[in-house]
Structure formats: C-alpha cells, structure tokens
Design a binder for this molecule. Sequence first.
Ligand code: PMP
Length: 439
Amino acid sequence: MTEQRPARPDSSQHDLDPHLHRYAARTTGMTASEIRALFAVASRPEVVSLAGGMPNLAALPLDSLSTEIGNLIANEGLTALQYGSAQGVVALREQICEVMGLEGVSAHPDDVVVTVGSQMALDMVTRLFCDPGDVVLAEGPSYVGALGSFAAYQAQVVHVAMDDDGLQPEALRAAIESCRKSGQRIKFLYTIPNFHNPAGVTLSIERRAEIVEICRSAGILIIEDNPYGMLGFDGQVYPALRTLDPENVIYLGSFSKTFAAGLRVGWALAPHAVREKLVLAAESATLCPPTFNQLVVSRYLATHDWQGNIKQFCRNYAERRDAMLRALEQYLPEGCSWTRPAGGFFVWLTVPEGVDTKAMLPRAVTARVAYASGTGFYADDFGSRQMRLSYCYPTPERITEGVRRLAGVLESELELYETFGPTARREISGPQSPSPDTA
Ligand code: PMP
C-alpha cells in the first residue's frame, strides 16, 4: 500500500498561524535571522555567495579521521554511544584547558562546561542572567546568533561603537552611563575580541585591560566569545580577556572553526559559582552534550597534529582574504570603505550614501552574488549602508568574480541615486528580501 504524503501547507495557511494565540510572550522576539532567509537562493551554484560563514574544511585529514572514528566505535563504542555527564567528558575538558592555555588562560577542568557549540553556551548565559528588559551591551555590529539569543529572552541590546582597534572604551563608558541614567539594568557586555564576526576587527592589546577594568569597576560581567582566536593569519594569538579578570569573565570557546562545526562541540569557562548554574541549565536543555562527538574531538586532539591543521586552515583563509582585499581595491566604486581582517572569516563593508544594502540584495542575487546585509547584525535596524562579506568558503577566483559582480550592482545603484536622488529606488524596487546564511 502506498501512503499518501500530507500536502505541504501553503504559505497563506502559514501566515494565518492557528497557534498564534498560544505562543509565550517571549516568542515575539524570535524572528527568522535575516541571514537565513535567502540561503536557498544564495546556495545556487551560479551565485557567488559571500554571505555564508561556513568554515572551509578542505584541509581536514578525512582518511585518518575515519580510521580514528572506526577505532573509537570498536574500542569505546559502548561508552561513546551512551549518555554522559551534563558537564561533559572529563578528558575533553582537560584538553580544552590545554587549548585555552595557548591564549594564556589558566583554568581547571571543573570550571569548563561542554556545550552543543558555543551557540548553546550563549543561549544558556542569556537564560541565566537576563530577565525581560535587561540590557546587554554588545558591539555594533554584533554576531547575529547572539542577537537571536538576546531577543529570545527579551533582553534589550545597546550597541557600543567599534573602530579598527575593536570596541571603543570611551563608547563603552558612555553607554554604561547613559543606561544607568535612564534606570536600565545592564546584565553583561557581550564581546568578540578576536577577528570579529561580522566586523573583521580585533581588540588591540592596549584596550583589553581598559575594557576589563571599565566592566570590573562598573560591576558588569563580560561574556567573551572567542571562536576565531586561533585563526590569526600572522600567527599572533591574543591574550584572552579572561586572563585579566577570571572572576568577572565567562569565556566561550568552540571547535567549530578549528576542527569541525558539524560535531557541534563548544564550551563555556565560567567562574566557579556560575559554573554550577550553567550545568543545571545545560542539563535541562540537553541532559548531556553528545558523548560520541566529544570523544571524536578528544581523539582528534590526542592523535592528530591539530595545531598544524589550524595553520593549514589559516593559510587557506589568508589566501582568500588576500583575494577579497585585492578585488575590493580593484573593483569597488569610490566612497566604499572596508575593514582589513588579520584573521577569521569576514570583511565589513560600508557603501556610499544612496545605497541601501538590504534593498539591494535581491538585485545582487539577480546579478549572481550574495552578501549579508548590515541590518541583520544590529538589534536596532542600523546597518543599511553596511554589509558583511565572507571570504572563508569560495575559491579565490570565485571571490574575485563575486566582488566584480557586486561592484557592478553598486555602480548601478549609485548611478540611479545620482540621477534621481533618494526617491529613485523607492519607485522601482520590489518587495525587500532578507539575506542569506547562518554562521
Ligand atoms: N559566536 C560567534 C561570534 C560565531 O561567529 C559563531 C558561529 N559562526 C558562534 C558563536 C557559534 O558557533 P558554534 O555554535 O558553531 O560554536
């Protein structure tokens, strides 16, 4: 007997969601990431996607990994496929301490909580600390996944300006003062000090102590999100903020960019008291992180030249970064400016007045290039003259071609603006579409 598949609900049914009255109030903050919505279109082979943040895994030693994973099942299968501790596998937590040691962090495995990617750690710290209306200070722009977690718990994001040296201490002081004056309760500063997503900048060594001191004296916790710290192209590893004030910093790390994002293994290193609460939060979310995946990471760290592999990742990324910077220099119209990342995945581009990057995106996709428009990286709709360009995934040749196409689209937007002024696009543009990717 052949079973009939139920018909897929059409979008008009979807719009009239019959469950609407049932959702919890907090779900009003949950909206699809702008970045995800055009993913399907941007993934078509003819489109050069500078939108995504997918790590480039080409340098992973798949043959030896598959042998290692086979051995894991053969020798430790009954443990690897079983539930484990809510805090994570002890051996892996010890290895995580060694990894963080490279950034000067001295930590005890008892204070590490393994999570399902650092995204889960972000969700948990927000759940632990934020009541609706509480303020989270975050760089402007900031990581879209973190903004999603803050919105899901109805926290209010106050952005703090950055420049080429990262978060500006003066802007941080001003933001704290202004929140305090208006009676708002600040819960923490969320910061990505190294090779920022999406801005591509790194917090200078000089500023690190100052930022930590401002937060310490204002009684504001710091969430240091550091998935890209090991991906510096000049081999420079920056000291973690955590080294400067271990009791006031929760450090989030991840193997997504240094090994394999698909395994979903990250961690939080928290002051001892907070660690207890994190474990309870983790337990209620997932019971325990996946034992198998943790053991794969642990075996990989123990048996492979993982630091050598990261160097190879960095060579691949640096080659792509160079291709992107060269192409931007060569093709982009006057009036554009962009950051010059020393590591990580992203360039942050500012375009001249008259271009709205969100409105332009469908036209860019028609011209077979995609990017992530800037507004997705702000909680307050700022960013319409910015976009994130990622160079991590496409080949250098595709990157060059993508930037060439993008330049063409920008040129025609600017031409229209110069000819017809600010109303030009309002008259001819169709519905605005959001932009692609997740990471
Ligand atoms: N933080 C930042 C700044 C990121 O860019 C990402 C992913 N792109 C994450 C956290 C989450 O990474 P994961 O959950 O894969 O560890």
